[in-house]
Write a protein that binds this ligand. Structure first.
Ligand code: PA5
Length: 446
């Protein structure tokens, strides 16, 4: 089995009876999703993506990935939020958090346009000096400030370096299929374009060209990734909470929320899962955090963060529960060497695999945090393969959608994201925001 949920470290808080008690609500939420009758039902394209995707485009993605692999040292992926987190999560999880530093025959991949920091952009431009570059601009709307600014800069760089015709061969745009300025601009310029489907929101888009093109450039088998998602889809569609771990996860986290556990910490013992955690935070945060409701999603990498946040989790305010992502099979074997001087007194571990030590750290922490009154859900996932990643993505997307409905929110909109944008546009002096600008100016002056 690719994924399974273990409730041993949470059943003191959420018993089988508690799961049964909430199951009616869970089934109702699952029905809303499957019958497409819930709020946000025009954004359910992701539900069938693993089995019903554009095969012609999928083949074009593979071809474009090869072209990029053959023509550049560096691929710059420009996008923010749902337009970059999934791709980065996949590359780091499946390949390595240090992918760019590894010996490989695929291009380095850097992500830009996900902040407005001049230093970050300047550093990246320095890294690109003397290198052959391709760019994948990813923006459904085409007007998001952060990626739009970065794209201006990289487009100018490519046009200067390769001329307009050369740049055209190196710029790939993933955007809306028909509307939006990026689509019409790309068509005018002759860039190859890929589609963000109308009915798939940004944070649910990793299994579209948004994620698949950069992931394929990194040399990941995207057929396997889709197969993982498709296997998860089959498991998630089961209408029996005792045979469906996604529904069980929803039941447990919502029961914990009702007991006042308002923060969920996604835990991994693999640094390569850090960006997966970031992707997961966006997925749950943007989907559930509205109408003054929602479980606050946070994440840690252990044992690293046991030496920073460990104290709080063990002993601080009891507001959280943990969801531990336990990657069962380590990709590499490292044996702890013997030290004749035994200066650290660790020779009892000599000859042991490092992964054994990591497993014992996890087990020890599970017991310690349970003793510290922190409920722990454990999700066992087979390995760091493309198949497992695809499985995890779909598992969490499905659970997130059902959970949003249980909570009574629309899991597919993000009205709150607009507030900062409006203020930012007003402060830029953008046309149409004059009144807001005056109001903000007054608040600044006071
Ligand atoms: O999940 C979302 O919808 C957002 O995170 C968007 O992906 C993000 O704001 C970027 O938007 P766009 O792709 O339109 O540039």
């Amino acid at each position: 089995m690719t994924l399974s949920l273990n409730n041993k470290f949470v059943n003191k808080y959420v018993t089988n009876n508690d799961i049964n008690n909430i199951s009616g609500e869970i089934y109702e939420a699952q029905r809303l999703l499957m019958n497409k009758t819930g709020e946000g039902n025009t954004f359910l394209g992701w539900l069938d993506l693993p089995v019903d995707y554009d095969k012609e485009e999928f083949a074009r993605i593979k071809k474009a990935a090869q072209k990029i692999q053959n023509s550049c040292d560096i691929l710059i992926v420009i996008g923010i939020g749902g337009s970059y987190l999934g791709a980065r999560a996949a590359i780091e999880y499946i390949k390595s958090a240090m992918y760019n530093n590894m010996k490989k025959n695929t291009p380095d991949i850097y992500f830009a346009g996900n902040s407005i920091s001049s230093s970050a952009l300047a550093d990246l431009l320095k890294i690109c000096e003397g290198k052959d570059i391709c760019v994948n601009i990813v923006s459904k709307s085409g007007t998001t400030t952060e990626p739009a600014v970065a794209f201006r800069i990289f487009r100018a760089l490519l046009e200067e370096k390769y001329g307009k015709d050369g740049a055209r061969e190196r710029i790939f745009a993933t955007t809306d299929k028909a509307k939006g300025t990026l689509k019409s601009f790309s068509d005018d310029e002759g860039y190859e374009t890929f589609v963000v489907p109308d009915d798939v929101g940004g944070r649910f888009s990793v299994l579209t060209a948004v994620g698949l093109l950069p992931i394929a450039v990194a040399g990941v088998d995207i057929d396997e990734l889709m197969k993982g998602a498709s296997d998860a889809r089959e498991a998630c569609f089961v209408e029996d909470i005792n045979k469906n771990d996604a529904l069980k996860y929803v039941a447990i986290r919502n029961q914990l929320y009702r007991q006042g556990k308002s923060t969920e910490i996604l835990v991994s013992y693999e640094p390569s899962a850090q960006m997966l955690c970031e992707w997961w935070k966006q997925l749950f945060g943007e989907s559930e955090g509205k109408d003054k409701k929602g479980i606050y999603p946070s994440s840690v990498i252990f044992s690293t963060d046991l030496h920073s946040l460990g104290q709080f989790i063990q002993d601080g305010e009891r507001i959280m529960f943990e969801t531990v992502l336990n990657i069962k099979k380590s990709s590499d074997t490292i044996i702890i060497p013997n030290d004749p001087n035994n200066i650290d007194k660790l020779n009892f571990l000599a000859g042991r695999e490092l992964s054994f030590v990591n497993e014992q750290a996890m087990l020890g922490t599970l017991f310690a945090h349970s003793d510290g009154d922190v409920p722990n859900i454990v999700i066992d996932i087979e390995d760091r393969s493309a198949h497992s990643f695809g499985y995890l993505v779909y598992f969490f997307e499905y659970a997130c959608a059902v959970s949003g409905y249980v909570l009574g929110v629309n899991p597919f909109n993000q009205p709150g994201v607009e507030s900062y944008k409006k203020n930012m546009f007003a402060l830029f002096g953008k046309e149409g925001y004059e009144e807001l600008r005056l109001e903000l100016q007054k608040r600044i002056d006071n």
